[in-house]
Design a protein around this ligand. Structure first.
Ligand code: ZN
Length: 213
């Protein structure tokens, strides 16, 4: 029989279903808000049934397998949808598996710090290679860049800060090494390099770790 009901939310909907013992054979839900509308449908069936005694012959004879008294196996099925918007909404179990957001943030922080350290490396390299000198306070710049990279991606914490320091130190050491190699300069660590390393590591730690605490 055709059932037309209106959800308390105001959404009218209709569908076709064969009642069992004057009741809905399955659950039905509002297609709009998902509220269980089975009780409403049952009330509708009760209203409709008395006048005309259940039309059993509407369908072809039951399948030969049907054993009287056999337990009905299927309780939860979707009634055939009407062409219109009569589709009862099945209970969806949309449980999107979410990764631990902290892990994602940490990974993004590492990506941010690594990307920034490439930029910082190029800066230090250019100082040595083309400027033919190193300046200690450039470590601030390098540490700042790496720390900000870590902060943009990650969510801070001491682990992130330590990693930022490491990336900054790598960027400076790498810039020093390649800059000196290609510029034909002495590779021996100078004061500017050491000062830069210290400043860079401290700055990177402060900024990289401080994003969230
Ligand atoms: Zn509704």
């Amino acid at each position: 029989m055709e059932i037309k009901i209106e959800c308390p939310c105001g959404q009218p909907f209709e569908f076709d279903v064969e009642p069992e013992n004057g009741q809905m054979p399955c659950e039905v839900k509002c297609p709009d808000c998902g509220t269980d509308a089975t009780a409403l449908a049952n009330a509708y069936i009760r209203e409709q049934l008395p006048p005309k005694p259940a039309p059993v012959a509407a369908r072809p004879a039951p399948a030969p397998m049907t054993v009287p008294g056999a337990p009905r196996a299927v309780r939860q099925y979707s009634p055939p949808p009407m062409p219109s918007r009569a589709v009862p909404v099945p209970a969806k179990a949309i449980a999107k598996r979410k990764k631990n957001p902290n892990d994602n943030a940490f990974r993004n922080g590492v990506i941010g710090a690594a990307t920034a350290s490439v930029i910082a490396f190029i800066i230090w390299f250019c100082l040595v290679r083309f400027g033919q000198f190193e300046i200690g306070w450039a470590g601030w710049l390098v540490g700042g860049i790496v720390g900000v990279g870590a902060m943009i991606g990650g969510n801070g914490g001491s682990r992130m800060g330590t990693l930022s320091s490491l990336f900054a130190a790598l960027a400076i050491l790498g810039g020093h090494f390649f800059g000196c190699m290609m510029g034909g300069l002495d590779l021996t660590p100078n004061v500017a390099l050491i000062v830069g390393l210290i400043l860079g590591a401290i700055t990177a730690y402060k900024i990289g770790s401080g994003a969230n605490n």
